[in-house]
Design a binder for this molecule. Structure first.
Ligand SMILES: NC(=O)c1ccc[n+]([C@@H]2O[C@H](COP(=O)([O-])OP(=O)(O)OC[C@H]3O[C@@H](n4cnc5c(N)ncnc54)[C@H](O)[C@@H]3O)[C@@H](O)[C@H]2O)c1
Length: 310
């Protein structure tokens, strides 16, 4: 009888063993319950991609902000490789088209939207777009960020402070607040905030950036406690210097004449002797939104080549 079900229903399912024909009514019920149970329990990791890579997700949707930038693009592509659908957002002037192309090349389904993370109505529009396209959201990656101005503490401009706080802190705050309801609807989901080692140590020349990333850790811990009852995890990633536009800007801000010397000096202060790659940050994000991290919340994960224990 079991073989009959397999052929008729056209898919594999765990067989309970041979069911004698005389047990037909009871056997049918058991086999049916097992098939339904198998489908209901199908979970991330069950889907095999054609190239043999086991996908870490199953029809899951992620929103990645600042996705036109170095880390945002790498995160989008990494998630697409793992089978996620990705909504890649960034400022209107920072096109996500290249990210979308890379997501599709990785076999993912994707969409882009212009979004300023400091705008409440912008966040609402993004969630509406997600509902229209996929009807669900499983992960929010709050990645958009700016470095601000490099200047000694006393000369740090007030307007630059306000802008850094608006993007790096308010943007994360609004993102969590707006997306929690839709994340909760699925009975679980994840938020990953891209903070920085700047959230763990001080620096006299980028105080607003340092303060903003410390604040992201406070938001992470508070949101984790707020969302835990709904099964939504909230974690932060703290990268050290990573090979992106942001580090080029900071190196120039520290020395207009000799940014390469700054870069060599910073890389030398990292025990592993180099900057990290955007892909190395993306791997940690992928872990935190994946099934294997379901018991991880409210925690801070450095990806820093040993910089902070130093
Ligand atoms: N590169 C590093 O060394 C490093 C280290 C630690 C943490 N980080 C953090 O990683 C994140 C990504 O940085 P990155 O290195 O990829 O830099 P990046 O400049 O390449 O990317 C940042 C992206 O954020 C976008 N953005 C800026 N303001 C925005 C706004 N108001 N709304 C929406 N998008 C906005 C930018 O357009 C850009 O595409 C940032 O939060 C940054 O602070 C970077």
């Amino acid at each position: 009888m079991s073989i009959f079900y397999r052929e008729v229903l056209g898919r594999d399912f765990r067989l309970r063993g041979f069911i004698p024909a005389r047990d037909y009514p009871r056997g049918f019920v058991i086999a049916w319950v097992e098939l339904v149970g198998f489908r209901a329990n199908e979970k991330p990791g069950d889907k095999e991609e054609e190239d043999g890579v086991t996908a870490d997700s199953f029809e899951r949707v992620a929103l990645v902000t600042g996705a036109a930038g170095g880390i945002g693009r790498a995160v989008s592509v990494r998630l697409a490789h793992a089978g996620w659908s990705v909504l890649a957002t960034d400022l209107p002037e920072a096109s996500c088209e290249e990210t979308l192309r890379a997501v599709r090349e990785a076999g993912g389904d994707g969409m882009t939207l212009a979004q300023d993370v400091t705008s409440t109505s912008g966040w609402k529009d993004v969630v509406e777009a997600i509902r229209d396209r996929w009807g669900r959201l499983d992960a929010l990656v709050n990645n958009a960020g700016i470095e601000g101005v490099v200047a000694p503490f006393e000369n740090s401009p007030e307007d630059a402070f306000d802008r850094v706080m608006a993007v790096n802190v308010k943007g994360v705050f609004l993102g969590i607040q707006t997306c929690l309801p839709i994340l909760r609807e699925r009975g679980g989901g994840s938020v990953v905030n891209v903070a920085s080692v700047a959230g763990l140590v001080g620096d006299p020349n980028i105080a607003p950036y340092i303060a903003s990333k410390h604040a992201v850790l406070g938001l992470t811990r508070s949101a984790a406690l707020s969302a835990a009852a709904d099964g939504v995890t909230v974690n932060a990633v703290c990268p050290s210097p990573i090979e992106t536009r942001m580090m080029r800007a900071l190196e120039k801000g520290m020395s207009e004449e000799a940014p390469d010397a700054i870069r060599t000096s910073i890389a030398g202060s990292i025990p592993l002797g180099r900057y990290g790659s955007p892909e190395e940050v993306a791997s940690m994000v992928a872990f935190l939104v994946g099934e294997e991290a379901r018991f991880v919340t409210g925690s801070i994960h450095t990806v820093d080549g040993g910089m902070t224990p130093h």
